[in-house]
Design a protein around this ligand. Structure first.
Ligand code: TUI
Length: 315
C-alpha cells in the first residue's frame, strides 16, 4: 500500500492519475482506470462539446466511480468543453498546453477540483493564485506536447514555488519512477505511456506493438521551430516532419497540414506511414500488455518497496 496525499485529495486507492491522451483516453480507458482504483480521464482534445458529453455518459455506463476530463487548451473546442464539464458535474478537470485562468472561476464555483498541467514555476504560481487544487508538473520526458524542463528539474522547483500539492508527470513508467517522484516532493503521479498498452486501452494494435518494441532512444521531439514541441515515437512520419520543419521555406501552415489528423491516424487507424504515435521516453520500459489494475498495483508495490528500503543508506 502506498498512501500519498493525492489518494486523499481525490479519494483514490492508488496515487495515480491517467494522462489525458488525445484520441487515446476514451470512456473505456477512463472507466477502467477509475474502476481499478486510480483516476481515469477522458481527453476532451479530440471532441467538441456534444461529443464529449456523449463520451462522459458512455463512461458513466461503465463505472460508478468518479473520473475526470482533460481539456487541451489549444483545442478549437476548449471553451465548449469547458462548459460541458460543469453541466455534466465532472468532479476533476486537468488542463494542458496553455493557461486555463479564464475558466477557473466557473470551474471552482461548480465545485470542480482543478489540476492544471504546468511546465514552469511561473504558471504553477499563477494557478495556485487562481484557485487550483493541485498542479501537475510535467517534464519533457512525456509524450505529446512538452515544455523545456525535465521532470527531475521541474518537480522540486514547482514544489518550492507553491503550497498546493504537486503531481509529477513525465518519465514515470514503473515503481522506480513513482518512488523518485515522491523523493522530489510529489504528492502523486500522472502516468500516460504505461496506460497506452493497458489491456483496456482501445488504441490500434499497431500503436501498442510500437510502444512495446520501443527502445530507450526511440522517441523524438518535433515542432520546436513553431513553438509547440511534441514527443512521439520515431517513425517515417516524425522523421519527415522534422526534415520539413527545418527546411527554411517551410511555412507554419504546411506543417499544420501535415500534422492534422496524424494523432487520430495513429491511435484509431494504426497508420504506420502517416500517423503520429505520441509516447514518452519511458516507452522503452514498457514491456507487456497488462490490465490497468495490474499496472497500478505493480507500480505502487515496487515504489513502496523502494521507499521502505531507502533508509538503509542513511547513517
Ligand atoms: O498538453 C499536453 N500534452 C499534449 S496536448 C496534445 S495535442 C497537440 N497536438 C499537436 C500539437 C500540440 C498539441 C498532445 N499532447 N501536456 C500538458 C502540457 N502542458 N505539457 C506542457 C504544457 C504546457 C506548456 C506551456 C502548459 C502551459 C504552458 O504555458 C502556458 C502559458 O500560457 O504560460
Amino acid at each position: 500500500m502506498l498512501k500519498l496525499p493525492l489518494c486523499e485529495l481525490l479519494n483514490l486507492e492508488f496515487p495515480i492519475i491517467q494522462g489525458g491522451m488525445a484520441w487515446v483516453a476514451d470512456a473505456y480507458l477512463a472507466a477502467a482506470v477509475s474502476n481499478a482504483g486510480g483516476l481515469g480521464l477522458i481527453a476532451g482534445m479530440s471532441m467538441n462539446g456534444e461529443q464529449l458529453r456523449a463520451e462522459i455518459r458512455k463512461a458513466r455506463t461503465l463505472t460508478d466511480k468518479p473520473f475526470g476530463v482533460n481539456i487541451m487548451l489549444m483545442s478549437p473546442y476548449a471553451s465548449e468543453v469547458a462548459k460541458v464539464v460543469v453541466e455534466e458535474n465532472i468532479p476533476v478537470v486537468t488542463t494542458g498546453a496553455g493557461n486555463p485562468a479564464s475558466y477557473m472561476k466557473a470551474w471552482k464555483e461548480a465545485g470542480i477540483k482543478v489540476l492544471p498541467v504546468v511546465a514552469s514555476t511561473g504558471l504553477a504560481k499563477m494557478m495556485e493564485r487562481a484557485g487550483a487544487d493541485a498542479v501537475i508538473a510535467e517534464g519533457c520526458e512525456s509524450g505529446g506536447h512538452i515544455g523545456e524542463l525535465t521532470t527531475m528539474a521541474l518537480v522540486p522547483q514547482v514544489c518550492d514555488a507553491v503550497s498546493i500539492p504537486v503531481i509529477a508527470a513525465g518519465g514515470i513508467g514503473d515503481g522506480r519512477g513513482l518512488a523518485a517522484a515522491v523523493m522530489l516532493g510529489a504528492s502523486g503521479v500522472q502516468v500516460g505511456t504505461a496506460f497506452l498498452v493497458a489491456e483496456e486501452c482501445t488504441i490500434h494494435e499497431n500503436y501498442k506493438k510500437r510502444v512495446l518494441a520501443a527502445k530507450d532512444i526511440d522517441t523524438m521531439a518535433t515542432g520546436h521551430r513553431f513553438g509547440h514541441p511534441v514527443r512521439s515515437l520515431k517513425t517515417n512520419f516524425s522523421r519527415k516532419y522534422r526534415k520539413l520543419e527545418f527546411e527554411p521555406e517551410t511555412t507554419h501552415e504546411q506543417l499544420e497540414a501535415l500534422g492534422v489528423g496524424a494523432l487520430r491516424r495513429a491511435a484509431r487507424e494504426g497508420d504506420e506511414e502517416n500517423g503520429c504515435f505520441m509516447a514518452g521516453q519511458v516507452a522503452g520500459l514498457i514491456k507487456a500488455i497488462r490490465p490497468a489494475r495490474q499496472i497500478m498495483e505493480e507500480m505502487t508495490a515496487q515504489a513502496a518497496e523502494i521507499l521502505k528500503g531507502a533508509s538503509r543508506w542513511v547513517r
